[in-house]
Unconditional design. Structure first.
Length: 419
């Protein structure tokens, strides 16, 4: 799931790509441009209208902005970061050093003061302190090569999650290198918060994203805050060995898959593959995460590599493609995200996204390179019309959506889920 909300003004939707069907609905909230809500699966975000005409390019120096807050309008708040977009009407999209993106309308901005100080992400220690400031007492910082993890779980559980995330990180870059897809290393270590109990997880999530329900959601990636929130799947601080932790997690395959799924969302938006606050097609955002998520129950970390056949989505795809076509026409899946917002069509939309992504990565390498390059060039808050979405896809793959749909159905129906 993907989540987002901006506390500087009226709450906005936006969360990470949840592992439940809500992830899609969330990601689907991408941007509200000229009254049109773009959507991206998994609690992504609802962007405010910034009046994008003639917006200026992003700045690589720090700007200090004084804003009015809804709760205390007489007590302005000072924030600093780099301006990603400055609209003609004075509104800005601002990225803070902790990675959070704020959408600020002219109505809440009191002043903007540019500087010559170069923008830089927080250091590892600064990021650790920032995460600790968001939680109550009893949390500790655990750092790996590429992650800063703030957790009140047992040290051994934090270590287990850290190893899993590092394996996903390594396999992500190895996979992209094999497919010759250009990605870059994250600018800084990636932030993760682990909460030991279900109640703590829900309380934290609700406080940061009150517009979203987190029932049956063990984790999400916040597109707004650029951090991943996970629940301790053992819910038991007494487990002190990796063997005991692994045994407990092996009984929760979908929840473990959620960690991988959310990690891929975070990586995609931090390595240049996708652009935060841009109009990213939901089928692609979810398809990518679904392609990586299937677990390997016999491995030490319960996960090994991307591309395993999904035991969850393959049967759904097969059941809904018996006549040789997908239930949701591929052209519709590509052009609009409506299927991810409807409870009746959501499972099929997820299954088709997984199936299409699997086919394209395995059988259309050159086309996937071209398509992902195009996606990586999207700009924040700029809407892409349904017609443009389809045209981009067709240009990259050199085939019509109808042709790709038929080939995808034949390919996926021949696959066999991993046992």
């Amino acid at each position: 799931m993907v989540a987002r909300q901006d506390s500087s003004s009226k709450p906005h939707a936006g969360i990470s790509c949840r592992r439940t069907c809500r992830a899609t609905a969330l990601l689907t909230h991408v941007a509200s441009l000229a009254g049109t809500a773009l959507q991206i699966v998994g609690l992504l975000f609802c962007l405010c209208r910034l009046g994008l005409a003639d917006e200026s390019a992003s700045s690589e120096t720090l700007t200090t902005v004084v804003i009015k807050t809804s709760g205390t309008p007489d007590m302005p708040v000072e924030i600093s970061g780099r301006i990603l977009i400055e609209a003609q009407d004075g509104g800005v999209l601002l990225e803070e050093r902790n990675g959070r993106i704020r959408q600020l309308t002219p109505a809440v901005i009191e002043s903007k003061t540019p500087s010559n100080v170069p923008f830089s992400a927080m250091t590892n220690d600064e990021l650790g302190n920032e995460l600790l400031s968001q939680v109550q007492g009893g949390f500790e910082i655990h750092q790996t090569d590429h992650y800063v993890i703030c957790s009140n779980s047992a040290e051994e559980y934090s270590g287990f999650v850290g190893k899993l995330l590092e394996q996903v990180f390594d396999q992500y870059f190895r996979f992209m290198d094999e497919k010759e897809i250009a990605v870059r290393q994250p600018a800084a270590k990636l932030p993760v918060i682990i909460l030991q109990s279900d109640a703590e997880f829900k309380e934290f999530a609700a406080a940061h994203h009150p517009e979203t329900s987190f029932e049956d959601t063990p984790g999400y990636y916040s597109l707004r805050d650029n951090q991943m929130l996970l629940m301790d799947l053992t819910r038991d601080r007494s487990l002190r060995s990796s063997t005991a932790i692994r045994k407990r997690l092996a009984d929760q395959p979908l929840q473990v898959a959620t960690m991988v799924h959310e990690a891929i969302h975070q990586l995609a938006f931090n390595t240049g593959l996708q652009i935060r606050m841009a109009d990213n097609p939901v089928w692609l955002s979810e398809g990518l995460a679904l392609y990586f998520e299937p677990i390997a129950p016999r491995s030490s970390n319960l996960w090994t590599r991307p591309g395993l056949v999904s035991g969850r989505h393959h049967p759904v795809f097969v059941r809904h493609s018996e006549n040789g076509a997908t239930e949701i026409p591929l052209r519709d899946l590509l052009s609009v995200d409506n299927a991810f917002l409807n409870a009746d069509t959501m499972p099929t939309a997820y299954a088709e996204s997984w199936g299409l992504t699997s086919y394209l990565f395995r059988q259309q390498k050159d086309g996937m390179q071209k398509y992902l390059t195009k996606i990586s060039q999207r700009k924040p808050l700029q809407r892409v019309s349904p017609e443009e979405r389809v045209a981009e896809f067709q240009e990259a793959f050199g085939k019509s959506p109808d042709e790709i749909e038929r080939e995808t159905v034949l390919f996926v129906r021949r696959l066999r889920p991993t046992r």
